[in-house]
Design a protein around this ligand. Structure first.
Ligand code: 5GP
Length: 349
């Protein structure tokens, strides 16, 4: 056995240090980025904040709002082809959409999510992104699965994960992924760290994995653990090319979840609740690594997005980054012990 004693940090353990800046207004900051992907060879411009493929987040209603901000939504893998057809006729901009599949096809050739993905990509060639979603990207057959998808769809941009270490980022990129999702255990409704005792603190994981991805011409998406706009800025500062959000976007009108007593349900995709709704896992394993919660109804997601973008822009002006692309270059972090003044928190209205 081995113990790595190097300190690993979460977003809440660091702050961005302000720097002299010539930027006079948040409006001067360009928060779009243009990427050219290593394997698909596609060039893509967006605001690189992404709605997660979770129930209550990866919905077409969410996509309809996020697309106006040039942000991407990963539609859940349980969305049927009929739902896709209906939504595409109702103002969805396919440029800002990713289709999603799990890896159930490894065990069951007729699995629905993979077949739906094939139909979506055939019927709507303007969908350019495929997200291959598994909780644990370290299985050997996951790498083969990514290779298989790359062979079948040579010009689609593949988002694959989740992993938290440099060598696995490199492996996935070499195997055909364009963007590797980083995060094991940081999610707002995730219980992997308590159930399995596995994970790496998210800020350090993002920094190390970004470095590895840059080394082989790939990209990363920091997935999970952002609870405030400042966390998103820290993820970009730590080198994330994209940031994926679940909990921060849940509980809104666009979640397509009923309001009961002023609250909306939200749950992890590996929770018992998700299994109750979508059925058993096909690989025969039973694991409950997610929780179910009820969130106060948060209304329109537009308000939350404005807060997020305001925070990220403000962060850029503090550190003197004129473009989001410059953020890692401009970012100096301080390690902190306690970062938030909570004195009046209990009087929140
Ligand atoms: P959040 O932004 O809510 O902190 O994290 C969202 C991410 O948590 C998702 O994109 C996904 O990677 C992860 N996630 C979603 N559901 C579950 C779950 O049930 N268990 C675990 N371990 N992670 C989950």
């Amino acid at each position: 056995m081995r113990l790595n004693t190097e300190l690993k940090l979460n977003y809440e353990d660091v702050l961005l240090q302000p720097k002299r800046s010539t930027l006079s207004s948040r409006r001067d900051v360009d928060i779009t980025r243009t990427f050219t992907f290593q394997n698909s060879k596609e060039t893509y411009t967006c605001v690189p904040i992404v709605a997660s493929n979770m129930d209550g987040v990866g919905t077409f209603s969410m996509a309809r709002v996020l697309q106006e901000y040039k942000m991407m939504t990963v539609i859940t893998k349980t969305t049927s082809i009929e739902q896709w057809k209906k939504a595409v006729g109702q103002g969805i901009k396919l440029k800002y959409i990713s289709v999603c599949t799990g890896t159930g096809k490894l065990w069951d050739d007729k699995v629905e999510d993979y077949a739906t993905m094939q139909q979506v990509l055939k019927g709507f060639p303007d969908v350019k992104f495929i997200t291959i979603d598994v909780a644990n990207g370290y299985h050997e057959n996951y790498v083969d699965f990514v290779k298989g998808v790359r062979d079948e769809f040579p010009d689609k941009t593949i988002i694959a994960g989740n992993v938290v270490t440099a060598e696995m980022v490199e492996q996935l990129i070499i195997s055909g992924a364009d963007v590797v999702k980083i995060g094991i255990g940081p999610g707002s409704v995730c219980t992997t760290r308590t159930m399995a005792g596995v994970g790496v603190p998210q800020f350090s994981a993002v920094m190390e994995c970004a470095d590895a991805a840059n080394g082989v011409g790939g990209h990363i998406m920091a997935d999970g653990g952002c609870t405030e706009p400042g966390d998103i800025a820290k993820a970009f500062g730590g080198g994330a090319h994209f940031v994926m959000l679940g909990g921060m976007l849940a509980g809104h009108n666009e979640s397509e979840v009923a309001v009961i007593d002023g609250k909306r349900e939200f749950y992890g995709m590996s929770s018992d609740r998700a299994r109750e709704i979508h059925g058993k896992r096909k690989d025969g394993y039973r694991g409950n690594e997610g929780r179910a919660v009820v969130l106060p109804d948060r209304g329109l997601v537009k308000e939350t997005l404005e807060d997020i973008l305001g925070g990220v822009r403000s962060s850029c002006t503090y550190i003197g980054a004129r473009r989001l692309k410059d953020v890692p270059k401009c970012a100096s972090f301080v390690r902190a012990n306690s970062v938030i003044n909570k004195a009046y928190e209990r009087y929140d209205i």
